[in-house]
Design a protein around this ligand. Sequence first.
Ligand code: INI
Length: 164
Amino acid sequence: MATVNHNLSEYDFNSIPNAEGMKFGIVVSEWNDNITDALRQGAEDTLKRHGAKPENILVRYVPGSFELTFAANQMIENCDVDAIIAIGCVIKGDTPHFDYVCMGVTQGITQLNVTGDVPVIYGLITTNNLEQAEDRAGGKLGNKGDECAISAIKMIDFIWSLNK
Ligand code: INI
């Protein structure tokens, strides 16, 4: 979570494993695409900064955040990927819809992580308003896409460390 004390884009560069040879899927929700595109860009740039090859980053789009679970699962089943980054942005409105979408995605991604072998990174921004989302999509609190990329690299490294 981004707070005044935690910028999503700050980390110790040298502590991150080299991502050359790692394969990533990124699934991006088209809802609030001004936000989700900035998150995707942040994630891709950070993966590449740590050695990931462009041909090893597969990007696909879905209509809304609720579809992220299905798409992540399909990418795991059909694509050669070591981790998935699921990117979405849900902004609170006047109805409980926000809560259902957030709950659905969160539970869906959790279920994939509990039952599967490919980590799915939680790149869902859930905010009360657009300004809070902008703050976390390259604004004053950094870019959650950066954080997701680092998490994906670390989780692949974690799995590979168990298999050695
Ligand atoms: N999807 C989002 O990604 N963000 C939102 O803020 C949002 N709102 O507010 O409704 C949203 N709704 C669409 C939902 O994710 C599904 O695409 C739709 O219900 C079809 O399954």
